[in-house]
Ligand binder design. Structure first.
Ligand SMILES: [Zn+2]
Length: 269
């Protein structure tokens, strides 16, 4: 799937999950916590594609998401792609094909998802304030780039960077540490997982089973059959799926806001 669809799917899953927790388990979150979780999950749902590097020296190429913070994120993507390719070669078995590019390998696996989620919480717990601001800044930037792609393209990376920095600082000032820090890790992890699920329904698939070897392959690409797979950038993705993610997001947000609105007007339910 393309960037905006990934970001929207992350936002939809987080909002629907928050509504579910609220409705079925009475787990209430402040509006800010919900907004932050949604933004971070949307950003996390773009994170795995930061393994698509371009030509840093020429400031070209790379996934849209790799351009969020200009050449800096393009460079980051380059490093991530090379590390992924390194891990691919180090762990490949005899039947795994040769690769020149690390896209859709390491960052599209379950151990990576788990590591990123756990690492986020660990960083926030160990380094507090500065780690939280840094992670929020990074994830909000990715989310802006994904959710408001047309705006982000027009505004350019400098504006996106400034808006992310301001949003990260504001959030940090108001987000309590107790629940907030583990929540950031969960939101990033869920986002990465939603990304992998989004890629699994497209024709190329993802190496979801890594590192479990099957038939002398460690990097078996698992996806749904080509006949019914979603075409990247096709109508099913841009109209049907994005429409569904948007509807789920809006309904969940309304469901989350409804009780407090009713309470304000003293309406009993
Ligand atoms: Zn991907």
């Amino acid at each position: 799937m393309m960037g905006p669809s990934h970001a929207l799917s992350g936002a939809a899953v987080w909002l629907a999950g928050s509504w579910g927790l609220n409705f079925f388990a009475d787990y209430e979150q402040s509006p800010l916590a919900i907004a932050v979780g949604t933004a971070v999950c949307a950003g996390g749902a773009l994170f795995p594609d930061l393994d698509m590097s371009g030509k840093v020296t020429k400031n070209q190429g790379g996934a849209t998401v790799a351009r969020t913070f200009g050449v800096v994120s393009l460079f980051f993507a380059e490093v991530m792609e090379k590390i992924s390719l390194g891990v691919y070669h180090a762990t490949k078995l005899s039947k795994d094909p040769h690769r020149n590019n690390g896209h859709r390998t390491l960052t599209h696996t379950l151990p990576f998802t788990f590591l990123v989620g756990w690492g986020t919480t660990a960083l926030c717990t160990a380094y507090g304030k500065w780690a939280v601001i840094g992670i929020l800044f990074f994830m909000i930037g990715l989310a802006l780039r994904g959710l408001f792609d047309e705006w982000a393209k027009r505004a350019g990376w400098v504006i996106v960077t400034l808006v992310s920095a301001a949003a990260a600082y504001f959030t940090f000032l108001h987000l309590p540490g107790d629940r907030g820090y583990p929540m950031l890790g969960l939101a990033v992890g869920v986002g990465c997982f939603v990304h992998i699920m989004g890629d699994i329904i497209t024709s190329n698939g993802v190496p979801i089973l890594w590192p479990v070897p099957i038939k002398r392959r460690m990097w078996m690409m698992i996806g749904i059959p080509n006949k019914i797979a979603v075409k990247v950038g096709g109508k099913v993705e841009t109209i049907v799926l994005r429409g569904a993610f948007t509807v789920v997001s809006i309904l969940s947000a309304l469901g989350l806001a409804a009780p407090s609105v009713l309470r304000r007007f003293n309406i009993e339910i």
